[in-house]
Design a protein around this ligand. Structure first.
Ligand code: COA
Length: 378
């Protein structure tokens, strides 16, 4: 039986609880993020991305054997079908990477004979293949658009190091690898965010894993979601120097323009991922001897807190971290997608394990009772 539509819809579904999940909890009032029982402050710096993948997909941190098996399995899944590599090479060189990645991930589904195999075992295998392949898709598009050779993945490297190796063509330093790995850990999952919700909506129709992750990538791309990190660097470059920050922010506030990387739908206090990223941004800036970006960022965050009581979110400092790591600006959101694929796929599996079609109602605000005027009289 259909229940009557509520008198007023919750705009942006604010405050609506759309699903139960054991994967992660975002406690906006106290600024806490929990992955399957572990506070993000407990995990950050103590576990690797692969351990988080195991935690999200198996509900417990792996022991040594389980971790070794997972890493080996992910490394063995990295090779892309030749047809997908050809598609990536055919993309216009100037297409934005998120368009290329969304399309290539969708194409992976065409080359997987198990795409529509709905057994849980097949779904789990597809989830792992996607986690292993999205970094390769991203790196290959980046190399291809520069006319550089596509390198074979290095099975001795973990997920973060292999990605950096594939985009740069050289093995990263341990510091660089650890920083990237920590960024992956911090971005892996985040409750019922927009892209996760869209992945769950898609799989709830009993579509397929590739369609669900393609949907999620399209949703993450927007500047109000994952696209904000790219906007942060654009803004910092536009401001140019520390002495221009105050005037710039005042002008934006006057014109009611959004400052990218600031504010959050759920966190009404500090985003718990931000301090970890801020610390990394400070360390990297000191190492590179160019404190300008972090100084400007800190001033923007301070102004937004005092003027609007809004805090910096995950995208604010991750932008400076990626920039300092030498990652091209338009790969910031793809890096987010690479990490979040671990969470998206875990949510898809969770939705499938106890599925019901997600089908809300709407409040109709149009006219009723209109009569059709014959075409020749309109
Ligand atoms: C994340 C975001 C979409 C949350 O939006 P929301 O919950 O719908 O909040 P609203 O857009 O309704 O904002 C509430 C108020 O704060 C202001 N505000 C929110 N984020 C702001 C920002 N980044 N810059 C300036 N003002 C902001 C709004 O203008 C509004 O002010 P008002 O009440 O005076 O009109 C929003 O904060 C935003 O656009 N941030 C920038 C993009 C970003 O960093 N996204 C990544 C999120 S992890």
């Amino acid at each position: 039986m259909t229940s009557p539509a509520p008198a007023t819809p919750a705009k942006g579904l604010e405050g609506i609880v759309a699903a139960s999940t054991r994967l992660s909890d975002v406690r906006g009032d106290v600024g806490k993020l929990i992955y399957a029982g572990y506070d993000i402050d407990e995990l950050a710096g103590k576990v690797t991305f692969e351990e988080v993948v195991h935690l999200l997909h198996h509900n417990h941190l792996p022991n040594r054997k389980e971790l070794a098996e997972l890493k080996e399995h992910l490394a063995s899944c990295r090779e892309l079908p030749a047809g997908v590599v050809r598609i990536i090479e055919e993309f216009p060189k100037d297409t934005p990477p998120m368009h290329a990645i969304r399309t290539a991930i969708s194409a992976l589904g065409c080359f997987d004979t198990t795409s529509d195999d709905d057994t849980m075992d097949a779904q789990r295998q597809k989830a792992l293949r996607l986690i292993a392949r999205i970094p390769i898709v991203t790196a290959y598009f980046h190399r291809s658009r520069q006319g550089k050779p596509l390198l074979p993945p290095d099975p001795t490297l973990g997920e973060a190091a292999n990605f950096l190796y594939l985009i740069d063509g050289e093995r990263p330093s341990l510091d660089k690898e650890r920083t990237m790995d920590m960024c992956y850990v911090l971005h892996a999952d985040h409750g019922m965010n927009a892209s996760t919700f869209s992945a769950r909506v898609t799989i709830a129709t009993l579509s397929d894993m590739y369609s669900a992750i393609t949907t999620a990538i399209g949703t993450l791309k927007g500047p109000l979601h994952g696209g904000a990190n790219e906007g942060v660097i654009k803004m910092l470059k536009e401001i140019g120097s520390l002495d221009r920050v105050d005037a710039y922010i005042e002008e934006c506030l006057e014109q009611k323009k959004k400052i990218m990387g600031i504010g959050h739908r759920v966190y009404k206090t500090l985003d718990p991922r931000a301090p970890h990223l801020k610390r990394m941004a400070q360390i990297l800036s000191a190492q590179l001897g160019d404190p300008k970006w972090i100084q400007m960022s800190e001033r923007i965050a301070e102004l937004m807190l005092t003027r609007k009581n809004l805090h910096a979110n995950v995208d604010f400092y991750s932008a400076t971290v990626y920039y300092s790591l030498g990652i091209p600006t338009d790969l910031f959101t793809p890096v987010f997608a690479i990490s979040r694929t671990s969470g998206w796929t875990a949510h898809v599996l969770e939705q499938l394990a106890d599925n019901r079609l997600i089908r809300p109602q709407s409040l109709y605000t149009g006219p009723v009772g209109l009569k059709v005027v014959p075409l020749e009289q309109r």
